[in-house]
Design a binder for this molecule. Structure first.
Ligand code: SF4
Length: 180
């Protein structure tokens, strides 16, 4: 199926992202090394959420799911910090990215119900995830991160011709969605 990249990018920018572009699906390489970084638990979400490893399933299952898709869009939100410890900007940028992605996914899903979103960070739909005591409350809406899929995000951006780093004192959150 052919997609109108220009229109999809415009839709992403209208949703509040600072940049967007077509994802090179050949850059979707699912790396066990990224999963190993998850298990180091630097983000403190490993084994705590249905959409993070190991609860989100194996990397083979992730690759199999993504293999059904042939097109994608990368979206980014860049924040400009006053210094390396500008936690207010870090939090505000993260929140803006999450809100923009939720709005974008909601809109795209109306036209493409089987689209596959991959976010930034853990699923934060519920105040407290039910993992591991009860099933996910919203399995159709819960979103795994690109890293949880085993993707090396900076590499995916690079191979898609989209910057990952926007200069000193910037931070950028990156997500994507795939279409069949
Ligand atoms: S929707 Fe709720 S229960 Fe499901 S993964 Fe997200 S936070 Fe956890």
């Amino acid at each position: 199926m052919a997609y109108d990249t220009e229109a999809l990018v415009r839709e992403a920018l209208d949703a509040g992202f600072s940049s967007a572009g077509e994802l090179n699906v050949r850059a979707l390489v699912f790396m066990p090394e990224v999963r190993e970084m998850c298990s180091a638990d630097r983000c403190h979400q490993y084994n705590k959420n249905w959409r993070c490893p190991p609860g989100c399933g194996s990397i083979e299952e992730a690759a199999e799911r993504a293999a059904q898709y042939s097109y994608g869009i990368i979206v980014q939100t860049t924040g400009h910090m006053d210094d390396d410890f500008d936690i207010d900007t870090i939090n505000a940028t993260s929140e803006k990215h999450r809100d923009s992605f939720a709005a974008l996914v909601g809109g795209v899903r109306l036209r493409y119900p089987d689209m596959l979103p991959m976010g930034a960070g853990t699923c934060a739909k519920c105040e407290k995830c039910t993992y591991p005591d009860a099933p996910c409350r919203f399995p159709e809406q819960a979103i795994s991160s690109m890293e949880a899929y085993g993707l090396w995000v900076s590499k995916v951006c690079e191979l898609s011709g989209i910057p990952y780093y926007y200069g000193k004192l910037t931070l950028t959150y990156t997500s994507c969605y795939l279409l069949k």
